[in-house]
Design a protein around this ligand. Structure first.
Ligand code: PHE
Length: 444
């Protein structure tokens, strides 16, 4: 096998995977879901489903990537030559490109709000901001360019180095915000919203949402873990990488909840989720805070939007790397040129998504804007499908010896036999059945 670039250290590899996992989903969806679906009861179900379902799927993707040492399509060519599994490779190149087109639009907004936080000059309303074509397209283009520059820097010097810096900074920023937020007068209702277990709010939808969120949050089903694992050393412990990523992601989501909800409750506002929470509610809180303490309001706003921008950036970088790895390894592109091509293609589609909030607002596909279509299509169809194919491949197509070989690193790591049995059972039976059920639940 050719000499491939690697992350360089365990910390860099886990930071890159955690960077992909920690993103907008942790900030704008998780805290809201916790409150809506029963506080600690939801957190409990979320943790169980992460470990029983998402982490085994992570293992399956990791095994495909590290065993083949190749990008998604190359991996299928090496592990299952001339077979229909090629479709899994194609799917895993397509999905991140689609997600990138709309995810980076939101990334652009976060950059623009970060700049505005310095003067606390937030737009009148979020709607008026996104409707202005040049503002959101320029912010999007700058954000995409920065993400692409990091990817063009290479796996070790670009993505690895950036993630090693970004992840610790991100944790410090969010912890500072959480401490500040829970100390605000009137914040206790927000803390209660997050932690008070309310089992009466637990329904089938709670399970579906908990599993779906943990799936999206760990960045599964879109070839990211396959691609990143191909840069991980053969000596790395797969169980540590999987649990390390899942635990960092969970911690970040919880702390983000404590950074946001107590402040929202202290301001006496009903919490929401999605862009409205970050770009409407919170700027309003920062601005009103600054009326009594101008400097403090500004500082908190800057810290918050810096955290959002960094969290989004590490996720976009992972999305860009998937097609770039394919172009460089399979199509003979130089890394710089491959990144430029991804920038141009997804940049054009993303610009159309951004314009859908303004001049192209009338263009609808089945009643949805392009942005919404991409979000719905990827979360509800493409991610579950990608995840399902990965577990089926590793659970049913790959030889059990190869599976064991990846866990033990060729026999050098010792594990209790029962652990293999449990993980294999989860990958072969539990994960596929659960993913199919989740998928079907979209239609009821
Ligand atoms: N895991 C990311 C989050 O929680 C979501 C993501 C989606 C990351 C797509 C990369 C790609 O926001």
């Amino acid at each position: 096998m050719e000499n491939k670039e690697q992350f360089g250290s365990r910390f860099a590899a886990i930071a890159a995977m955690a960077g992909s996992a920690i993103g907008l989903g942790n900030i704008w969806r998780f805290p809201y879901m916790v409150g809506e679906y029963g506080g600690a009861a939801f957190i409990f179900i979320y943790i169980i489903s992460s470990f029983l379902l998402s982490v085994p799927i992570f293992f399956a993707e990791f095994i495909i990537g590290r065993r083949s040492g190749a990008n998604c399509l190359g991996a299928m060519r090496r592990l299952a030559p001339r077979s229909r599994w090629r479709l899994l490779g194609i799917l895993c190149i397509l999905t991140p490109s689609i997600i990138l087109s709309y995810y980076a639009v939101v990334g652009g907004w976060s950059f623009s709000y970060l700049l505005r936080a310095f003067t606390l000059d937030f737009p009148e309303s979020f709607g008026s901001f996104t409707a202005s074509p040049w503002q959101s397209v320029t912010a999007f283009a700058i954000y995409m360019a920065i993400s692409c520059i990091i990817v063009a820097g290479g796996v070790k010097k670009g993505i690895g180095r950036f993630s090693k810096l970004a992840i610790p900074v991100l944790f410090v920023l969010i912890v500072v915000l959480a401490i500040y937020s829970v100390c605000l007068p009137g914040s206790s209702a927000g803390v209660e919203y997050l932690v008070k277990p309310d089992w009466s709010k637990v329904t089938t939808r709670t399970f579906v949402n908990a599993i779906g969120q943990s799936f999206y949050s760990i960045s599964l089903g879109m070839g990211i873990i396959i691609t990143y694992a191909s840069y991980v050393s053969k000596k790395e412990n797969i169980i540590l990488s999987g649990t390390g990523t899942a635990i960092s992601d969970l911690f970040f989501a919880l702390i983000a909840g404590f950074a946001i909800m107590p402040a929202v409750f202290a301001a006496g506002i009903e919490p929401g989720s999605g862009p409205g929470l970050i770009f409407d509610t919170l700027p309003f809180i920062f601005t009103s805070m600054s009326e009594s303490a101008p400097l403090l309001g500004k500082l908190v706003a800057i810290i918050f939007f810096l955290a959002v921008a960094i969290a989004a950036l590490t996720s976009s970088v992972s999305l860009i790397e998937v097609p770039v790895a394919w172009l460089t390894e399979e199509k003979g592109f130089k890394r710089g040129k491959a990144t430029l091509l991804v920038f141009l293609v997804t940049g054009t589609i993303g610009a159309l998504c951004a314009l859908g909030f303004g001049p192209l607002a009338g263009v609808k596909i089945f009643g949805h804007s392009l942005f919404e279509c991409f979000d719905l299509l990827s979360c509800n169809v493409l991610l579950p499908l990608g995840g399902l194919l990965c577990v089926l491949f590793v659970g049913w197509k790959m030889k059990p010896e190869n599976f064991r070989d990846e866990f033990t690193n060729g026999g050098s790591l010792k594990f209790n036999e029962k652990i293999f049995g449990v993980i294999r059972f989860l990958i072969r039976y539990v994960a596929p059945i659960a993913v199919i059920l989740i998928f079907l639940s979209n239609f009821i």
